[in-house]
Design a protein around this ligand. Structure first.
Ligand code: PXL
Length: 279
């Protein structure tokens, strides 16, 4: 009989019923890439918070009981990833989860989902920003967008016009906070989006440039981090995983524009999910 080798990732993220972000994106993408996706829900929303109204049910009070059962069962994971968090206390819960479930070879992915376009999300508080800085210190790979990298490092935000040195400095500041490797996503540079990859122990960053196929949409950060984490678990080097994730996001945006998907509906990744199938 073949040895059991399928990998497992615990994904701590919200479930937003409509608008294609967080777990509704992570579960299909990670699964199609051949990895078992085990969700830990942080909140249940009717739809993401970029819509003018939304129902938001914070799951903080239930999370410890939920996680305790996983401890009792002695479950183990090859990776832990965290995404959208609904309260400052939840960040503490994630820290405890990492302490409890981290093994010698567990990859810790932290996507500090805090905001976009220079602004924090509606549910994000100052206290949560401070807690998030602590969580970043536990990451093997942290994947902020430019807005999040700015908030985490106290750098003034700009949409474009970043120099390579400024980007490298920001990535190094994230490493100084304790993150081992850093990927700053979606830096707008003319007709391109650039991703800054600074790996553990490297003095220089790699800049992964992908030609833009349209405007950024909600949920593209979740698509990116899901592809990246599954690709790393499947053995890809961080730069290759970044390239794969950035190109898939680009193709999703292209398809969504072609099909006239409304901006708030995110990306119609389902149309091209087959490109990610692990063969
Ligand atoms: O895609 C990030 C995200 C995740 N979860 C919720 C959100 C957003 C972005 O708006 O509102 C609930």
């Amino acid at each position: 009989m073949e040895k059991y080798t399928q990998k497992k990732i615990a994904v701590i993220n919200d479930i937003s019923g409509y608008g294609r972000c967080s777990l509704t994106v992570a579960m299909p993408i990670i699964s199609v890439m051949g990895i078992q996706c085990c969700p830990v829900p942080t909140a249940i929303l009717s739809n993401h918070t970029e819509f003018p109204v939304y129902f938001f049910d914070d799951y903080t009070e239930k999370m410890r009981d939920y996680i305790r059962k996983w401890s009792e069962l002695g479950l183990e994971f090859d990776a832990i990833s965290s995404g959208f968090l609904g309260s400052a206390e939840q960040i503490e819960i994630v820290l405890d989860f990492v302490e409890k479930f981290r093994g010698e070879h567990t990859h810790i992915f932290v996507d500090p989902v805090m905001g976009d376009h220079g602004k924090l999300y509606a549910t994000y508080t100052e206290e949560m920003c401070e807690e998030m800085k602590q969580l970043v210190g536990y990451a093997d790979i942290v994947t902020p967008n430019v807005t999040e990298a700015c908030f985490l490092t106290g750098t003034p935000y700009k949409d474009t016009g970043w120099t390579r040195k400024e980007l490298l400095n920001m990535a190094m500041m994230l490493q100084m906070m304790g993150a081992k490797s850093v990927v700053i996503t979606g830096v707008r540079e003319g007709a391109f989006y650039t991703n800054v990859v600074l790996e553990q122990g490297m003095k220089e960053a790699s800049f992964v440039k992908v030609k833009s196929a349209g405007n950024q949409r909600p949920g593209t950060g979740d698509v990116f981090s899901s592809v990246l984490s599954a690709a790393v678990l499947n053995g890809k080097a961080l730069k290759e995983a970044t390239e794969m994730a950035a190109k898939f996001v680009r193709d999703c945006i292209k398809k969504s524009d072609e099909l006239n998907i409304p901006h708030s509906n995110g990306v119609c990744f389902e149309e091209i999910l087959g490109k990610l199938v692990k063969r």
